[in-house]
Design a protein around this ligand. Structure first.
Ligand code: PMP
Length: 420
């Protein structure tokens, strides 16, 4: 690092830092799956803005449409007012995403972030059922406000905020606790409700836990959760903020399980190329529980985000985009297996599905060291999991095989270096 750059970086660092990792450089430019810093050093991006950049950095068509709209003095921000970008997004979302999947939801704009959609989901679930509590899962991550935090099972992330708000409980996620049949455990818990613990309003889950360590639920487990929800009249909320928008190889992460959640939360890449946007999908009949003004917020009408979001949906007009993601995912998992076999010192386990994968490393601090070294060599990659023990691969979905190969090559060199 040049002295000048280090100084600027240190100045930046004097702002309160939130992410666990600091990347010691000043980034300047990005295109597709690549980023460059002010010294012109190139980085392969396996982080994708924490999942906001599924369609890559600076997609040309999105750029052109947004710029043209601004040049024509289009309305930038309109809260709940009608505008063409808002109308077009709603029409296209129905036409390209909901109708072909035979899904029937009303779209609600809860505010610009993932946390906002989760909050709205929790609120509507409580209103619809008249019950208070919510079941979430160990190592789940649902957001940073007190409500969404109270269903975030990850104790170290929650700890600054104190105790959960309402009587929500955290349950073991799928088979990540050895020898535990989580469905039987949940059934038992619900049967016992009334003897002290109230029946919950909802179960909220990520089909692949992103921040919690790329833990992928099995399809049959998801199906059983849906059955259990129906039996007990509990609403099923799928938080697809990170795993949705094609990340796992289908638009919604729950599609291969054949389930039909009551509420779905989407954010991150729904805004196309990094513009803040979120939507909450609710069963149409819940709409009557939701009076005007009951869940509002100023930044719910970002027309630039609607324009980019509508353009992003054109990727879903045919199956080609999804098939390409699935092919690249197969390539990635083959390489992940190969790395784990080749470096037994990592004590590695493969995690995830689609282009949301990871290597859990059972050696304290090693995942972090490898990611830090990877940055020095031109790869942006983050850790996740309660102890930052998982190297997490989240490249933009538009990455090609060459980009994946290059990134994985840097990762392997970093592993060799750190293990030497
Ligand atoms: N839900 C999930 C599954 C997430 O991964 C995140 C963000 N990492 C959130 C909710 C919160 O989103 P935001 O940071 O935009 O509030």
């Amino acid at each position: 690092l040049t002295d000048a750059k280090m100084k600027t970086f240190e100045e930046l660092e004097s702002a309160v830092r939130s992410y666990s990792r600091g990347w010691p450089t000043i980034f300047q430019k990005a295109k597709g799956y690549k980023m460059w810093d002010t010294d012109g050093i190139e980085y392969i991006d396996f982080f994708a803005g924490a999942g906001t950049l599924n369609y890559g950095h600076n997609d040309q068509t999105m750029q052109e449409k947004v710029i043209e709209y601004i040049r024509n003095d289009g309305i930038i921000h309109s809260l709940d007012m009608g505008t063409n970008p808002r109308k077009e997004f709603l029409e296209r979302f129905k036409e390209v995403i909901l109708t072909p999947r035979e899904l029937d939801y009303k779209v609600m704009f809860p505010g610009p972030t993932g946390t906002n959609t989760v909050e709205s989901a929790l609120k509507i679930a409580r209103k619809v059922t008249g019950r208070d509590s919510v079941i979430s899962f160990t190592n789940a991550f649902h957001g940073m406000t007190i409500g969404s935090l109270s269903v975030t099972g990850n104790s170290f992330k929650r700890h600054g905020a104190g105790v959960p708000l309402h009587h929500s409980v955290s349950m073991p996620f799928d088979d990540y606790v050895e020898d535990q049949d989580t469905i039987a455990y949940l059934e038992r818990f619900l049967e016992d409700s009334g003897s002290g613990v109230a029946l919950p309003a909802a179960i909220i889950l990520e089909t692949v836990q992103g921040e919690g360590g790329i833990n992928a639920a099995r399809m049959e487990w998801l199906k059983k959760i849906e059955t259990l929800c129906k039996r007990w009249d509990i609403l099923l909320i799928i938080d697809d903020v990170q795993a949705g928008n094609g990340r796992t190889g289908t638009f919604f992460s729950f599609e291969p399980a054949g389930i039909n959640p009551d509420i779905v939360c989407l954010s991150k890449s729904i805004g196309g190329f990094g513009l803040p946007m979120a939507i909450t999908l609710i069963k149409p009949e819940y709409d009557k529980h939701w009076g005007p003004g009951e869940h509002n917020g100023t930044f719910r009408g970002n027309n630039l985000a609607f324009i980019a979001a509508t353009e992003a949906l054109s990727n879903w007009e045919t199956d080609d985009f999804a098939l390409a993601v699935q092919e690249k995912a197969a390539f990635l998992s083959k390489n992940v297996e190969m790395i784990i076999d080749k470096y037994p010192e990592l004590k590695g386990t493969p995690r995830g599905r689609g282009l949301m994968q990871g290597i859990a490393i059972d050696v304290d601090g090693l995942a972090d060291d490898i990611c830090a070294e990877a940055f020095n060599r031109g790869l942006i990659v983050e850790t996740s999991g309660p102890n930052d023990e998982v190297i997490k691969f989240l490249p933009p979905l538009i990455i090609d095989i060459e980009g994946l190969e290059k990134g994985l090559g840097i990762l392997e060199d970093s592993i060799k270096h750190v293990l030497a």
